[in-house]
Design a protein. Structure first.
Length: 256
């Protein structure tokens, strides 16, 4: 008997809608033509690698962010420890000053990318200036200014600190430049910076420039703690001080 073989029924292809067909064609272009060994060998791995790489980047970003947050927290803890030691150092403890310097140095050296780094460098510079390490203080202050582009929150205060450190080294021209730069930034203590620059100029016999500095304090910072000292120096240099108008007490209201 002859074996009867049934023919498989023909399946009619269902025409894809235009939008679906466009997507299908796009996918075929990525993975290769249907049934093409070349497409299977070359196209599919590219997609697999792309997806794997994307997932890996997400994981790495998450891990990186977690590590950053963890290290930022560690830096904050060190900063807190340093500030506590700094408060004791201000009360006269030399041992506490060493502890504070150690904490701040650890932040500057090991956590330079954290938010605590700039503040730690500023505190450390002040400690170095107080202990006679003016060169190190200058280096730290200049680093803060350079890193922030002169626009950071501590840039102006660092210019002021830099001025004092440079004075202790006898580098007066640079000190004047630092003080006058700090005197232009209202975020710091501009009146004090202007006074220090003018005081140096007065000591060097630069009368006109010294007067200019003192008068700027008088004009722009009339409520400054430096105002009386500035006016005394204006008079001593033969200048005239601006008249101050005292407010007269208002008359009591009449009762009906």
């Amino acid at each position: 008997m002859k074996e009867i073989r049934k023919k498989a029924p023909k399946v009619q292809a269902v025409e894809e809608p235009a939008s679906a067909k466009a997507v299908s064609d796009r996918l075929r272009g990525l993975v290769g033509a249907s049934g093409s060994g070349e497409g299977a060998a070359k196209g599919m791995p590219l997609i697999v690698y792309a997806v794997a790489a994307g997932l890996l980047l997400i994981v790495l970003a998450a891990v990186g962010w977690w590590l950053y947050q963890r290290q930022d927290f560690q830096a904050l803890r060190l900063e807190e420890k340093g500030l506590q030691s700094l408060a004791r150092a201000d009360a006269g403890s030399t041992e506490a000053a060493k502890e504070a310097a150690g904490a701040f140095e650890q932040i500057v050296g090991g956590y330079s990318w954290t938010g605590s780094s700039e503040r730690a460098a500023y505190y450390l510079a002040g400690l170095k200036a107080r202990t006679g390490e003016a060169d190190k203080a200058v280096e730290l202050y200049q680093g803060i200014i350079r890193k922030s582009g002169g626009k950071g929150d501590l840039a102006s205060l660092s210019q002021l600190g830099l001025g004092y450190a440079l004075v202790s080294k006898g580098r007066m021209d640079e000190a004047i430049a630092a003080f006058e730069s700090a005197g232009k930034d209202p975020r710091g203590i501009p009146d004090m910076a202007l006074f220090e620059a003018a005081r140096i100029r007065q000591g060097r016999g630069e009368r006109e420039k010294a007067l200019e500095g003192y008068k700027k304090i008088e004009a722009e910072y009339p409520q400054s703690a430096m105002i009386q000292a500035a006016r005394q120096r204006i008079v001593a240099l033969g200048g005239s001080i601006a008249e101050t108008k005292e407010k007269k007490p208002s008359a009591p209201a009449e009762k009906n």
